[in-house]
Ligand binder design. Structure first.
Ligand code: FE
Ligand code: FE
Ligand code: ZN
Length: 277
């Protein structure tokens, strides 16, 4: 059973996203917890959240992915920027409890010249400040393309963060196919090798979700520009091998391709068909 969905706008609330997902043939989806620029979040409507929970259960959705604003930087050289990331992420986690048991994905950050070690330490400090033993949300580190001073372009960097987090059972990893290809992992030519490397360095039990994207750029470009499935440098055959791989079976796959809703519906149908042949 392939669990697949796409990124949706949260502007009409929780239930509207669930209904849109169903109309696209999706059984998972991703949304930003607030404006991606990181500004104030709208108050949660508990009835709307409860209505989504009922829809998710009725239609056996895979876990949803709430995505932190991508402008947050828990390892900025600026202390106020780090503090803003910590406060925002803690608030997001509190809000997530209205839709319990989902995923909260974030970009580890950019160390902005402080060095990888310091960046990893500051990201870990943030996680240790906000994770609580009783939360129901699993927090996902996203694999990154390694552009600029980004942390998370190498599996070892994610492992180093996980090693130092106290609440390890609240943590996981989201693998973005565009990002790992751009980072230089050969998912086109050697998917088994990349997954073996992920397992050796991080552990496949931490792999909780996949961002299924093609890439506008060649492997190891360190660029991070997503493309529609089959129209980029990764290609449909490699992406099909990913959705069919037994080690990834059951994970939520989420499209973050440059599409409007009809384009997403077509990509969801395409990948469902490709899993079945
Ligand atoms: Fe992301
Ligand atoms: Fe992504
Ligand atoms: Zn990206």
């Amino acid at each position: 059973m392939l669990h697949i969905g796409c990124h949706l706008s949260s502007s009409d609330g929780f239930l509207a996203m669930g209904e849109t997902a169903l109309s696209l043939g999706a059984d998972t989806f991703q949304f930003f917890t607030r404006n991606p620029r990181g500004s104030r979040a709208k108050a949660i409507d508990p009835a709307d959240a409860a209505a989504l929970c009922a829809l998710l259960k009725e239609h056996a959705f895979a876990p949803l992915i709430a995505h932190a604003p991508y402008t947050l930087n828990p390892c900025s050289a600026s202390e106020s920027t780090r503090e803003f990331a910590r406060i925002t992420m803690a608030d997001d986690l509190a809000r997530m409890e209205f839709v319990p048991g989902q995923y909260y994905n974030f970009h580890p950050g950019s160390h902005t010249g402080q060095g990888m070690e310091t960046g990893i330490a500051q990201i870990t400090d943030t996680l240790n400040a906000i994770l609580t033993p009783d939360q129901t949300t699993t927090v996902l580190l996203e694999t990154m393309s390694g552009k600029g001073s980004e942390v998370g372009g190498r599996f070892e960097e994610l492992r180093a963060i996980l090693d130092r987090v106290a609440c390890k059972d609240k943590m996981g990893v989201c693998l973005d196919t565009c990002h790992v290809s751009d980072a230089g992992y050969d998912i086109i030519g050697d998917l088994p090798g990349v997954l073996a490397e992920f397992d050796r360095v991080i552990g496949l039990s931490y792999l909780k979700a996949i961002h299924l994207n093609d890439s506008k750029n060649l492997p190891a470009s360190h660029k991070d520009r997503h493309e529609k499935l089959g129209q980029g440098c990764i290609g449909l055959d490699a992406l099909t091998a990913i959705v069919r791989h037994p080690a990834l079976g059951g994970l939520p796959f989420c499209l973050e391709t440059p599409n409007e809703l009809p384009g997403y519906a077509a990509e969801i149908a395409l990948m469902r068909a490709r899993v079945q042949d």
